[in-house]
Design a protein around this ligand. Structure first.
Ligand code: UFG
Length: 336
């Protein structure tokens, strides 16, 4: 199946392109390279032996984005990753986030209608749950007021998708609420390429271990958790990528129960920051220089997924464990 992947040279996008090819699909990439490099295509080629059609196009530009559909007739599905994703930056530059993320999804839906693509997979986030009252968190948990413009764009995009799909009976969507994606492809030919100082834990850990950063700061050790540090559900990026293939195939084979479905994509296991540090040191044999600092504003104390709906309905399950995933993140770092 011909599938358009927006943000296909990005972190999750590139891993998904690899999995699409390995599942026999024909991905086409659209990316404006605002947070990735064209050389990612070489990594994809190195893993799959396939040269994927690539369009350096910003999907907020409706005319340019539409021209990709003209050049690539027969696109059936879109996996939409292209979006701005830094929580802190979104607080400083909210208009950038509302413009990029909302215009992006509007143009994707507009082009789906215009060019007859029927299935959409949307990258949502567990951020929509805020601090859930009950853990593990299910898809039925209430959506909480967003803590950042970034989080708000995910909630608004979900609403835009629901309204558009219910107004048009040819459209279908699956919204995947990701927990924390980490790690890299086992080949270490693709992985995460954070620009500047990493904001996320794992790239900060690997850069500190590599000597690029002097010291990792653990943001708070006084949370109401067993060791005092925050807990997240860290999901291997290749496992996460595979959920997108399941989602597209579910829509195209008519197995959806509703025209819009939501799935949590996580492991179901919560891991603290201190546990990450300890496991990383253990797996790599590298001692990590770290200190405890104050809490980071806006951090959720603890969240992990109830992924049973994805396990049972989507036929998807996280397979890789934390040790293997941290080893892959380290292997990738050492190639940079
Ligand atoms: N952390 C540190 N030190 C660091 C970086 C992070 O202690 O240098 C801690 C954070 O406090 C948090 C955990 O590591 O407890 C994970 O932090 P990340 O920044 O890696 O991830 P977040 O859970 O904060 O954010 C992620 C995504 C967001 C998304 C959010 C909620 O990056 O896009 O999950 O879904 F919005």
């Amino acid at each position: 199946m011909k599938i358009l992947v927006t943000g296909g040279t990005g972190y999750i996008g590139s891993h998904t392109v690899v999995e699409l090819i390995e599942a026999g699909h024909e991905p086409v990439i659209v990316d404006n390279l605002s947070n990735s490099k064209e050389s990612v295509l070489d990594g994809i080629y190195g893993i799959t032996g396939r040269k994927v059609p690539f369009y350096n196009v910003d999907c907020t530009d409706l005319e340019a984005f539409g021209s990709v559909f003209e050049a690539e007739p027969g696109i059936k599905a879109i996996i939409h990753f292209a979006a701005s994703k830094a929580v802190g930056e979104s607080v400083k530059e909210p208009l950038k986030y509302y413009r990029n993320n909302l215009t992006g999804i509007i143009n994707v839906l507009e082009c789906m209608k215009r060019y007859g693509a029927s299935s959409l997979v949307f990258s949502s986030s567990c951020t929509v749950y805020g601090q859930p009252e009950e853990l593990p968190v299910t898809e039925e948990a209430p959506i909480q007021p967003a803590l950042s413009p970034y989080g708000n764009t995910k909630q608004i995009c979900e609403e835009i998708i629901r309204d558009t799909v219910s107004s048009c009976n040819t459209l279908h969507a699956v919204m995947l609420r990701y927990f924390n994606p980490i790690g890299a492809h086992e080949s270490a030919l693709i992985g995460e390429l954070p620009l500047g100082v990493p904001q996320n834990l794992i790239p900060y850990v690997t850069q500190t271990a590599a000597g690029i950063r002097e010291c990792l700061t653990v943001f708070g050790n006084d949370y109401d958790t067993p060791d005092g540090s925050c807990i997240r559900d860290y999901i291997n990026v290749t496992d996460l990528a595979k959920a997108h293939i399941k989602a597209v195939e579910r829509m195209e084979s008519g197995k959806q129960k509703q025209n819009v479905e939501v799935f949590n994509i996580g492991t179901g296991v919560g891991t603290s920051v201190f546990e990450i540090i300890k496991t990383f040191e253990d797996v790599t044999g590298v001692k990590l220089n770290y200190k405890v600092g104050p809490r980071r504003e806006g951090d959720i104390e603890k969240v992990w997924a109830d992924a049973s709906y994805a396990n049972n309905e989507l036929g998807w399950k996280a397979e890789k464990d934390m040790r293997e995933t941290l080893a892959s993140a380290w292997k990738w770092q050492t190639t940079l």
